[in-house]
Design a protein around this ligand. Structure first.
Ligand code: FES
Length: 334
């Protein structure tokens, strides 16, 4: 057991619990989301000892040098004095300027930020409401709109943030918006490269941003999108994607349904299986995978076995936190 000092509060941290769990057990109001070391909403700072190496993975070197670390990845090796730094990564405020249902379980939120964000299409931000509840959501638009960001918020039963965003959040309300994060994004460095994008549910959000950015940047390689859900009701933006397909000859869109009746123009099966069947080889392709962690993990292997290089596979697995609140994201390059 280690002693943790926060201001004038002294706490214990058991050897088998993370610092985040210890702080929550002592009812410290610390923001957190993914519990995976990705969203960086649980950043705190050690005021005395050097934090464990693992707890600093993914932070900028300037943060590491100042002993910032992730509470959810920290098993303290010494007694520590810490300071919370929940405001550090939030630098702008946003106002809700649009709210519309995409389907019965997903709402499109448009947020006008006070400051322009320098982001890459496909990245995510942390949204924080007034009481500190924080969740990560992928940006669904391209870099063309630096101040108005759109998000696809999927409602999960019992999800504190998503239920609130669907029910109570109103146009005109404000949220804090963090700096953009994540490594699953589009760079226009190889415009001739073919791209495969597979998403489930609201995993379409970052992919829509990437597709929009790539087409605006004049990407010349083929772009294949497979968007999957169990049933027709779980899909959305079908007409918009079909219109994009009409407009750009190198963009190909396939909506996929894994259960039930499959209307004309839809493919039957899981999006990753449909994609792998449709595209025999992925050598030299760039691959983006966003959505359910099982799909992401399985498809990474499928894509690799089809010839995609591991450095060309980008993924963003949408994890659900234990209170059933949805959160993006485990963003990895693998
Ligand atoms: S990085 Fe710790 S909660 Fe996300």
């Amino acid at each position: 057991m280690k002693k943790i000092v926060l201001g004038n509060q002294e706490m214990s941290c058991q050897s088998d619990e993370t610092l985040l769990d210890a702080l929550l057990r002592h009812e410290v109001a610390i923001p957190y989301s993914c519990r995976q070391g990705v969203c960086q909403s649980c950043v705190v700072r050690s005021l005395d000892v050097v934090p464990p190496l693992l707890s600093q993975r993914g932070l900028k070197d300037v943060q590491q040098k100042q002993n910032y670390f992730l509470a959810c990845k920290c098993y303290p090796e010494h007694d520590m004095e810490i300071a919370l730094s929940q405001q550090a990564s939030f630098f702008t405020e946003g106002t809700v300027v649009g709210k519309a249902l995409l389907n019965t379980e997903t709402v499109l939120l448009s947020i006008q930020c006070n400051d322009a964000l320098d982001f890459y299409a496909g990245q995510f931000v942390n949204l924080q409401r007034a009481d500190g509840l924080t969740r990560s959501y992928s940006i669904a638009n391209s870099r063309l709109h630096a101040t108005e960001l759109t998000f696809h918020v999927r409602r999960l039963p019992g999800g504190r943030f998503s239920e609130w965003a669907h029910g109570d959040l109103q146009i005109g309300d404000t949220l804090k918006v963090s700096e953009p994060q994540g490594l699953c994004f589009y760079l226009p460095d190889r415009p001739e490269q073919n791209m495969l994008l597979i998403g489930t549910g609201s995993g379409l959000a970052p992919l829509a941003g990437i597709i929009s950015e790539a087409l605006q940047q004049g990407h010349t390689g083929d772009i294949y999108l497979f968007h999957g859900s169990r049933d027709r009701e779980g899909l959305y933006w079908i007409e918009e994607m079909q219109a994009l397909q009409q407009q750009y000859s190198n963009f190909h869109y396939t909506p996929c349904i894994s259960n039930g009746l499959v209307p004309d123009g839809f493919a039957q099966g899981r999006a990753n299986d449909v994609a792998m069947q449709a595209l025999p080889k992925l050598n030299a392709w760039r691959v983006y995978l966003c959505g359910h962690p099982d799909m992401v993990n399985q498809t990474k292997i499928q894509a690799f076995l089809k010839g995609a290089s591991s450095i060309d596979i980008y993924s963003d697995a949408f994890h659900v936190t234990p209170d059933l609140t949805p959160s993006s994201a485990t963003t990895t390059i693998s």
